[in-house]
Design a protein around this ligand. Sequence first.
Ligand code: SF4
Ligand code: SF4
Length: 181
Amino acid sequence: MSTVHKITAASASAAASFGGSRVNLCYQCMTCTLGCPAAGRMEIHPHAIMRKIQLGEVQELLVSSAIWKCLGCETCYSRCPNEINIPSAIDELKHAAMSSGKAKSISAAFHNIFLGGIKKNGLLFELGLMLRLKIAMKDFFSDTFLGALMIMKGKLSLRPHSLRESGAMKKIFEKSGAGTN
Ligand code: SF4
Ligand code: SF4
C-alpha cells in the first residue's frame, strides 16, 4: 500500500524560506537534476531534495549522503525557472546535519576534515587529509603503496604548508560559522 505524502501548512512555511531559498515554488520540472554534474552519484536527486523539504521530510535528508555530493556549482540555480537557490538550501541541510550530529556518511566526514584542515593551516594538507579520512573510514591499508610512491616522488608533502596570514582564514571561518574542528 503506497503512503500519501502531503504538504502541511508548517512544512510549506518552512520551505518558503529554507536556506534563504524559496523552495516552496518548486514544481518538480527536474531541470535542476538534468543539469547537475553530481546527480549520478546522489541517491536523492536535487529536485527530490526540494520535494522532501516541501513535505517536511528534512530528517531523512540530514542522514543522507546525497547532500554531501553537491559541489555547490550553482548550475541548478542558474537553470531553475523559479530561481530557487538549490545549493543554498542544500548548504542549510549540511549545517543542520553537522550541528545535529546526524552527518554520518563518509562524504560528510571528508567535508568536515577538509574544512578543518583549511581552517587550521589556510591551505590543504593532502597527507593529513588522507590519514584522517582513513581513520574515519577504518580503512588503514588500501592505497598505502600508492601513497608511499607519491611521497617518494615529492608529490605529497610530509608537513603542512601554512598561509603567512593563517589568522585571517580563522577569522573567515569564525564569521561564517563554517568548519567544525
Ligand atoms: S529546476 Fe527549480 S522548479 Fe524545477 S525541479 Fe528544480 S528546483 Fe524545482
Ligand atoms: S549546486 Fe549541487 S545540486 Fe546544484 S547542480 Fe551543482 S552539484 Fe548539482
